[in-house]
Design a protein around this ligand. Structure first.
Ligand code: FPP
Length: 276
């Protein structure tokens, strides 16, 4: 059956995992119980992501502002990060998943730092999916750090994106976010990947993170694929996009909507990035 989608699946999905506390409170349990359940949702999403064509998954696990939470909650979260990074290592590696941390490391407990380094090493060759766990991360801090440069430094978007990635421990090739999902009903970015989300499609769901499942991810991706991304250029019907509409399949000579969408995306990206 021919696909009715215009857009390819999102290559880079970022998720603001919100609602753990409310999930727990609604059940009369401590907030840490919500975070523990949240880890299960992380496992579900990581497992399902490659099936949806996702190549990079950036998960906001702990913001630089989360240090303001009560010490017991911070300690519980750090304990969960340590446990997750230590116990998932083999499974991630076997599944071809590369895991890396983005954010500051110098304020993390030594156990988390060490577990992260060991997991990054063990999963370095994973090519199916790259999971970027944002811990002690602030987009504004990263941008401010990357902006500290001597006069005469190349300030093109591409060069700055590279500096920015280096500032928080990321890869420049994982830069632009295609789809940003936030669970828990709030509709804000909360200092997550601000530069990288300049043209991200936004998806907000009231689902609390511990309840977020594969069907929720599927729904967000379905919605994404029905949108038209223009990156500031013109939409379907413009002269450049008309070219995309006329493209025929190399193999069968037919016009496939998915092919049209891909060509349109590449054209739009070229416009957005200022050409090759
Ligand atoms: C926001 O919900 C969630 C966090 C600050 C922590 C996110 C952590 C996890 C999903 C679990 C650990 C993850 C890994 C990868 C081991 P909230 O606590 O602000 O919820 P609320 O808005 O209902 O209070």
């Amino acid at each position: 059956m021919q696909s009715t989608y215009e857009m390819s699946p999102p290559a880079h999905v970022a998720i603001i995992m919100d609602g753990n506390g409310r999930w727990a409170t609604a059940r009369g349990r401590p907030r840490s119980a919500g975070h523990r359940r949240g880890v299960e949702a992380v496992r579900r999403v990581v497992k399902a992501a490659p099936r949806f064509g996702i190549r990079v998954l950036s998960l906001f696990a702990f913001s630089a502002d989360n240090w303001k939470r009560p010490g017991a909650e911070v300690a519980a979260l750090m304990g969960l990060f340590d446990l997750f990074l230590s116990t998932e290592r083999e499974r991630l590696s076997a599944a071809g998943v590369r895991l890396s941390l983005i954010g500051r490391r110098d304020r993390l407990p030594a156990a988390v730092r060490e577990a992260a380094a060991a997991t990054e090493l063990a999963t370095a060759l994973g090519a199916r999916l790259h999971v970027r766990l944002a811990i002690d991360y602030s987009a504004r801090d990263a941008i401010a750090l990357a902006a500290q440069m001597p006069a005469g430094t190349d300030v093109s978007r591409l060069a700055f994106a590279r500096r920015l990635a280096a500032a928080y421990g990321g890869d420049a090739d994982a830069a632009d976010v295609d789809l940003l999902i936030r669970t828990g009903g709030e509709r804000r970015l909360s200092d997550f990947l601000l530069w990288e989300s300049a043209y991200a499609e936004l998806s907000f769901t009231p689902r609390l993170w511990p309840d977020f499942g594969v069907s929720d991810l599927a729904a967000a991706i379905h919605d994404f694929r029905g949108r038209e991304r223009r990156f500031g250029a013109l939409g379907a019907g413009s002269p450049t996009q008309e070219v995309a509409r006329r493209i025929r399949c190399f193999c069968c000579g037919n016009r496939h909507p998915s092919l049209t969408g891909r060509v349109r995306e590449v054209g739009n990206r070229a416009v957005r990035d200022g050409g090759p």
